[in-house]
Design a binder for this molecule. Structure first.
Ligand code: PGA
Length: 252
């Protein structure tokens, strides 16, 4: 089944208001008219309204980097799914390795967020990935399987139509060390097979699985040509109009 490619730029805790606007406007000009794939930018939450405004009229969607699963109330510092939607986001990124490892988010917490996001009508980019010592201990498949099983627990087959999985080996994030296309393909195929076990062949065939971890203009084409790699979640290289544009064009 043909899956539409999906490339998203995770800006993390970077940019200023004017820098975010310039980046968004630059991307709108460079790639805002592309309709052969889905595109999204994921700015820091305080800049979301400005970025939504800046990319209006283009095909670039906007996502949030995080949200909390409660509806509203005394949760200082958090934002809700409704808030994320209210300011114009289509997507929310959940399960990112920095949320897991810097902020101690567990599979259970991530699962609550995933369920809330989907129930609220958001699309989810759900990230998984093994640490270097887990890969070296031959636990890559086991760790990714656990994260997928627990993170997507109680997510229905119907809701899976709004979930993109992002495989991001933690040792490749921000390190300049990319997984080889074969290493990435192996895990992507495993995740797809697991989705077949957890759901059915239709969900497995339709779910997009992005690769993330030091995706750059010079390695994007080969990664994106793997049979089970359906797009990219780009960190560092998404902060430059030219680099992100080159990565997107490599996927066309
Ligand atoms: P990177 O980050 O492209 O800078 O390695 C990827 C990510 O964390 O999504």
């Amino acid at each position: 089944m043909a899956r539409r490619k999906f490339i998203a730029g995770n800006w993390k805790m970077n940019t200023t208001q004017s820098g975010a606007l310039a980046l968004a406007e630059g991307l709108k000009d460079a790639i805002g008219g592309i309709d052969a794939m889905d595109l999204a930018v994921i700015p820091p939450s305080v800049y979301i309204p400005a970025v939504v405004e800046a990319v209006k009229g283009s095909r670039i969607a906007v996502g949030a980097q995080n949200m909390y699963f409660e509806e509203s109330g005394a949760f200082t510092g958090e934002i809700s799914a409704a808030m994320v939607q209210d300011v114009g986001c289509k997507y929310v990124l959940l399960g990112h390795s920095e949320r897991r490892h810097v902020f101690g988010e567990t599979d259970e917490l991530i699962n609550r967020k995933v369920k809330k996001a989907l129930a609220s009508g958001l699309d989810v980019i759900f990230a998984v990935g093994e640490l270097l010592d887990e890969r070296e201990a031959d636990k890559t498949l086991e760790v990714n399987e656990r994260q997928v099983r627990l993170g997507l627990a109680d997510v229905s087959a119907e809701e899976m139509a709004r979930v993109t999985v992002a495989y991001e080996p933690v040792w490749a994030i921000g390190t300049g060390k990319t997984a080889s296309p074969a290493q990435a393909q192996e895990v992507h195929a495993m995740i797809r097979k697991l989705l077949g076990d957890l759901y059915d062949a239709k969900v497995a065939g339709a779910t997009r699985i992005q690769y993330g971890g030091s995706v750059k203009p010079d390695n994007a084409a080969e990664l994106l040509s793997q049979p089970d790699i359906d797009g990219a979640l780009v960190g560092g290289a998404s902060l430059k109009v030219n680099d992100f544009t080159a990565i997107v064009k490599a996927g066309l």
